[in-house]
Design a binder for this molecule. Structure first.
Ligand SMILES: [Zn+2]
Length: 325
């Protein structure tokens, strides 16, 4: 009896000891976590601080060869409605040369030609040595998809590209889904995806109106006809976003890689270098004319800002902050 009483008291003492130790361990852990959190805030340079997300979803639509000087004359009611409900610049400037791979690389990597090193319209790999240490584990400079994947590991990220050159300019390994549909299937495939997966970021890159530009000329009737067709496709994509129930949580970012003159581009005229830039949706000012200069490398930091992602240190582009409410 006495032994069992002693055992009882001893057990109580042990329990008190364990509880006290546990409590102080928990307290210590809490204090350590607080110090670590405080240190990370204090030590984080202000230019790489994450911001509160503007929206949960971004739909990026790229139009190859979309020239700014054709915007007003075009019969593009969907794009004009998005622009009037959101913000518009008709001075989005390409990097040089004003050609496709060079500018899509800048658009997705947030850096100019001199940094990403893709120098030809159809470059599949960089022709310049890229900055030391900048190439990430997927063998490519940090794109918007890679940064979104790192910081939001469970995010659904997708890319639909009509031109088969795009896949060399993004890290497809960071994506949940990558596809190269023909023009006729671009909308049905990407719309289905939006409705089914409600992606955090989907990029839909049309290889138009570049084709009628090269065949018949920038500003030709065929060019305007194609713009009207692409506009109706974009209307279907907007409908899919509404059907998915995420319209109120989405920002649309729409631009071109370069413009064109006669039947060519790649040169230094403003006809070739300027494209429209539209940003429209949650948290974006209405009927706003964007005063900031916007260039191809600014697209990726803009998308990052909307999604509340910390920009990669190598990105030289920046979001046009005045467009946000
Ligand atoms: Zn192009």
């Amino acid at each position: 009896m006495q032994i069992s009483l002693f055992t009882l008291e001893f057990n109580k003492l042990i329990m008190i000891f364990v509880k006290t130790t546990l409590n102080s361990y928990k307290k210590m852990k809490r204090i350590c976590n607080f110090i670590i959190a405080l240190m990370s805030v204090v030590c984080m340079p202000s230019h790489i601080a994450a911001t509160e997300p503007i929206a949960k979803h971004v739909v990026f639509i790229g139009l190859d060869g979309w020239a700014a000087n054709t915007f007003e004359q075009s019969n593009i009611p969907v794009l004009k409605k998005l622009a009037s409900e959101g913000a518009l610049s008709l001075s989005k400037r390409s990097v040089l040369p004003s050609a496709s791979a060079i500018n899509w690389a800048s658009i997705f990597m947030g850096v100019p030609t001199e940094v990403h090193g893709y120098l030809q319209w159809g470059s599949k790999s960089p022709e310049l040595t890229q900055p030391e240490g900048a190439v990430k584990e997927h063998g490519i400079l940090p794109t918007i998809f890679q940064v979104a994947r790192q910081q939001h590991p469970n995010a659904n990220l997708a890319l639909f590209a009509e031109w088969d050159g795009i896949k060399h300019l993004v890290d497809t390994l960071a994506l949940n889904h990558f596809e190269e549909p023909k023009l006729e299937e671009m909308v049905s495939r990407s719309s289905e995806y939006i409705i089914r997966h409600k992606p955090e970021l989907i990029a839909i890159v049309f290889d138009r109106p570049d084709h009628p530009g090269h065949d018949s000329g920038w500003g030709s009737p065929e060019y305007y006809e194609m713009m009207t067709k692409v506009d109706s496709y974009i209307g279907e994509i907007v409908d899919a976003v509404a059907k998915a129930g995420i319209y109120d949580q989405t920002v649309f970012v729409i631009t071109g890689d370069h413009g064109g003159i006669d039947t060519r581009h790649g040169g230094t005229t403003m006809d070739e270098m300027l494209s429209p830039f539209i940003i429209s949706g949650r948290g974006i000012k209405h009927a706003y004319k964007i005063p900031e200069l916007i260039m191809s490398p600014d697209i990726t930091p803009t998308i990052a800002h909307i999604l509340g992602l910390i920009p990669d240190n190598i990105w030289t582009g920046r979001a046009p902050l005045s467009v946000f409410k």
